[in-house]
Write a protein that binds this ligand. Sequence first.
Ligand code: GTP
Ligand code: MG
Length: 280
Amino acid sequence: MLYAEIARPPNPTVSVIIPTLNEAENLALVLPRLPRWVHEVIIVDGHSTDGTVEAARLLRPDVRVVMDSVRGKGAALRAGFAAAKGDIIVMIDADGSTEPEEIGLFVRYLMDGADFVKGSRFMQGGGTEDISPLRSLGNGFFTAAVRFCFGGRFTDLCYGYSAFWSGIVPLLELDSTGFEIETLLNIRALRAGCRIVELPSFEAKRVYGKSNLRTFPDGYRVLKTILRERLRPEPALKLAPKSNLPYRNRLSLQAGLPAHDVTPSGLGAATRSPLAPSGD
Ligand SMILES: Nc1nc2c(ncn2[C@@H]2O[C@H](COP(=O)(O)OP(=O)(O)OP(=O)(O)O)[C@@H](O)[C@H]2O)c(=O)[nH]1
Ligand SMILES: [Mg+2]
């Protein structure tokens, strides 16, 4: 087994990736609410016809636009991950259902030692007013199937609000193109040995437009993904397990420094929050 170490710099830069397909009206409810300390916002657009790209540029002149040549949310997110320059990647929907204000907590947990943070609508403090009873049942079934097949303690699976250190992306070898990308991300992060934290998240109703998710075809893709991953061998390369390292080395991992570079000042830098200086 080979173990990879990733950079976790003490003052990380944060990229927010937003897949968009005809979300011009909804973007006004998302872009202005992103925390001010976010370094980079990338929308990955699936050739929208409602002026989504123009709306994004109007709302946020510094937005980076990636045009998605392959159909599907999964392909869009992968294009966004490839384009992102930040140390931390946050993925969030454009439909106004996920709350940009939650990003601060996601980032804080990453800085405090998590590798992968995901929102959960079904743990204490979370909720949803967007999911139908049928989809809720399907999501519950798939969540239980993932726990059974791979361990872990996920309470939610098919939800597109997550944040992680960008260094883990190559370890995940993502290859999905559709809505099953969220399932794939969660399973691969778990199997790659990421320290995963779920945080309560609230999903509001999509504000304008209509959902692109098709319950049965997309549910089938999620099921196929779980089965395919079950048959996939353990990854040859995993994230170095922090808990097995001496305390000194654990600090060095957090600070993104070699162990011999850890000094009291390094420790001070490692424990600083990106939220502290400017607030938001
Ligand atoms: N670029 C791109 N973005 C997409 C595509 N399909 C969906 N998206 C975006 O992905 C996000 C989630 O899509 P939704 O249609 O809201 O699906 P969902 O949130 O899983 O389902 P609901 O709970 O029913 O809203 C939105 O920001 C969409 O605009 C696509 O093919 N290409
Ligand atoms: Mg949605």
